[in-house]
Ligand binder design. Sequence first.
Ligand code: CTP
Length: 411
Amino acid sequence: MADRPVVLLGVTGGIAAYKAAELLRGLQKAGMEVRVIMTRSATQFVGPIMFEALSGAPVRLDHVSELRNDSKITHVEDAQEADILVVAPATANTLAKMANGVADNLLTSMILAFGKTVVIAPAMNTNMWQHPATQQNVAVLRERGVFVVEPGAGELACGDYGSGRMAEPDSIVAEVKLRLQVQRKRDLRGLRVLITAGGTREPIDAVRFIGNRSSGKMGFALARAAFDRGAAVQLIEANVDMPAVPGVLQIETPTAGAMHAEVMKRLPETDILIMAAAVADYRVADGPAGGKIGKGRDEWAIGLEATTDILCDVSAHHQGQFLVGFAAEYGLEGLGRARSKMEHKQLDMIVFNDISRSDIGFDSDYNEVRILTRESEVLVDKAPKETIAEIILDNIAQAVRARQGETPLPA
Ligand code: CTP
C-alpha cells in the first residue's frame, strides 16, 4: 500500500450523489487520494466537473472509451492501483448488479475486477431498501465480504420518512479508515486461533432441547477478522445459521459435550482461544429420552446435571495459550461478576456485554462491550459486531505481543 492510500469512489445515480462531494473531502482530509468513477445516471444528479475539481484528477465516466490512449484498460488498471473501492451512494440497481456479477458499465466492471476491500453505502427510498430483493442482494454482498455502511433513518428526498438515507459521510470515512487499517495489519500472522461461536443445545428427547438465543454473529465476525489479520483460524460452532467463513476451518458441535471435546482436542495446536459461544451450563441428567416424550401429565420436572466448564478445564490443562472468555451479564452491575469470572477461570481477558439491552447483543448486528484484562478496562461504544471484533483483536494482539516479550508464543 502506498503512503497515501488510493480510494476509488464510485458514485451512482441517486439524490445522495451530492453528499459524495462531502465524502470525497472527508476521505482527502483523512489522508487518502481519491479517484472518482461516475455512472451515467449519477451525472444527471451532479456534474463530473465538481468531482474533478475536488479530486484534482479526471473523473472516469461511463460513456468514455475504456481503452485509454496509452492502450491500458481503464477498469483493470485503476483497480490494480487502488487500495479500496467505495460505492456511495449505492443505488438499489447497482446493488442488484453487484450481487449478480453484472458488468454493464465502467463502475460495475471495475467492481468485478477489484480484488481488495469494497465498502458500500446504500441510499434509496425506504420501500426499495426494505424490499426482500434488495435485502437479499445486500446479504449476498455481505457474505462475499463487502462491507455495508447501513443507511440511516430520516426524512427522504421523496418526502417519505424511514430508513434508506445514505449514512453520514463521517461514518463512511470512519469505515474506510478502519478497513484500510485492517488491510495494513497482519498482526496475527503465524498464530493459531481457536474460536467458539453460537449456542449449544442440550437434547431432552428426539425433538426438544434446552438452548439459548446466541446467534453466533460475534464469533463469526471474530473468525473472519482473525483470518484477515493473518491467523490460522478454526471455528467451533454450535447451531449457527450463517454462511461459511472463507479460509476458516469450521467444525459443528451441537452440544456442550461435543464442543468441550473439540476444544480439548485442538488445544495443543492453539495459541489463542476465544470462547464466544454460549455454552449450556446444564444438560438433562442421564441423557435424553429415546423418541418423543408425549404429554399426558400435569407437571413435568426434568432433572439436570452440570456440564463441564470448558474454560475451567482448559485452564487446568493450559500450556501458555492466551485465553479469552465472554461474560453475558444482566446490567452494568455484572461488571464485577465478569471480573471474578476472569479470575476464577484464569483468563487473560474477558469481554463483558450487557444483555439487559435489547439494541445490542443477542440476535443483533450490534454490540457494546467492555474488554477487561487484569490490568485494564476498555469501553467499546455501540458499533457493528465486525468493528467490535476488530477492536477485540487489536487488544488481543497487543496483549499477546506484550507477553511475547516475556515468553514467546510458537510462531
Ligand atoms: N463457558 C465455558 N463452558 C461452559 C459454560 C461457559 O467455557 N460450560 C464459557 C463461555 O463460552 C464464556 C464464559 O465461559 O466465554 C462465560 O462464563 P459463564 O460462567 O458461563 O457465564 P454465563 O453463562 O454468561 O453466566 P453465569 O455463570 O452467570 O451463568
